[in-house]
Each structure stands twice: as C-alpha cells, then as structure tokens.
Design a protein. Structure first.
Length: 210
C-alpha cells in the first residue's frame, strides 16, 4: 500500500512539474483582428524604425552587394562539417552580384503573421531597367558551426529554405533577407538604384543610390 501511495505521489509531482512548465510557455490569447490600410514608404533608412500601425515595425539593418549566400537545406536546423548534408552556397557568378537588404519585422498584428506569404521584390535601375528579386528568412535559433565562413554566426547569415519559412507571433520579431541578382554594370554604376518590396500591399522602397 505504501508503495502504491509513493508511486501516486511521484506521478502527481511529475504532472505538476509538466503543468508548470507548460504554463511558462508563450500562450497567445489574441484580440480582435486589426484592419489596416496599405501604406507606401518611399525612402526607408538603415537603422531607423518605421511603424505601420496595427501591422508591423520595420527596421532595415544592412545593405550590401555580395557574391555568395549561405543557406540551410530544407528541414535542416544546423550546419555541419560535412557541408553537403545540411547547408549549401548560392553563388552569383562572375558577371553578377547579389544586392541584399536585411530587415527585422516586428509583428504588431494580434495574430501570427507570415510576412513572406504575400511578398514581391523588384529592383529598378536608372528608372529604366527593372529586375525581379527574391526573399528569404533567417532563423536565429538554428545551430552553428565553428568552421567555414561566418564562424558560429551561420544562423544570422545563412537563410533558411523556403519550405521552412515560419510565421511570427504577435510582438515577436522576424529576420529577413530581400535580394536581387544584378549585373556588374549596375553594381558598379553611380546611377539611381532602388529596391521596392511589397508585403501585403505595403510598398517599401529602399534607395541604394539616388
């Protein structure tokens, strides 16, 4: 009898611990849906937050031209010494570069939000040439590796596969990469160049060169 009582006590303690841990997880109790009108942001600046009321806070963090972009393979959450197992490298080639704008987006909606679900990127050069761009997401919780490029910083520099894109909870921040492959002649020019990102009808313009 004492043995049975002891087992019941242990189970009750374990159940209480698991219930307590569950209570400490983030639990979203959403409010009513917020209706917002799309806006046009003509000249966002690096390091300066911009609010779209009821929708999101945008923070462009960096812009650069690069010749390569690391990526986690679909379903993979860590990089590894065996390169082909978990990650891959996109190369722009000798005649082009990647134009990459990184941006943090904080979800001001009362529901979870996939900010890449309805997204389009284009780059306009000299108000004449237009190029279709692309977009990716970072997962800062992914694993890293102490070798290869971006030592122990791959999760902040390698994008995740499109199949692994995830929604952002209310008041949480997602990390994104908006890019376009551009010919070297455009990269090296001094003529106007802008990136136009459209997310859920909101048009966001970053002027690379005016």
């Amino acid at each position: 009898m004492k043995k049975i009582l002891s087992m019941l006590l242990i189970f009750s303690v374990l159940f209480g611990c698991s219930a307590a841990l569950a209570e400490m997880d983030v639990q979203i109790i959403s409010g009513p849906d917020m209706v917002t009108e799309p806006v046009s942001l003509d000249d966002i600046q690096l390091g300066i937050e911009v609010d779209i009321d009821g929708y999101a806070t945008l923070l462009p963090t960096s812009f650069e031209f690069v010749d390569g972009l690391g990526a986690y393979k679909a379903g993979k959450r860590e990089v590894h010494y065996n390169w082909d197992d978990c990650n891959q490298w996109y190369a722009s080639g000798n005649d082009a570069e990647y134009a990459i704008l990184r941006m943090e987006i904080t979800n001001l909606n009362t529901r979870t939000k996939n900010f890449l679900e309805n997204c389009e990127v284009r780059v306009v050069f000299d108000d004449l040439y237009e190029y279709a761009g692309w977009f990716y997401q970072y997962n800062y919780d992914n694993g890293t590796y102490d070798r290869h490029s971006f030592k122990n910083q791959q999760n902040r520099n390698y994008v995740i596969n499109k199949a692994d894109i995830f929604s952002i909870n209310p008041m949480y921040t997602g990390h994104y990469c908006f890019g376009c492959t551009l010919p070297n002649a455009i990269v090296n020019s001094k003529k106007p160049l802008r990136m136009v990102i459209t997310i859920d009808g909101n048009e966001i313009t970053y002027n690379v060169r005016k």
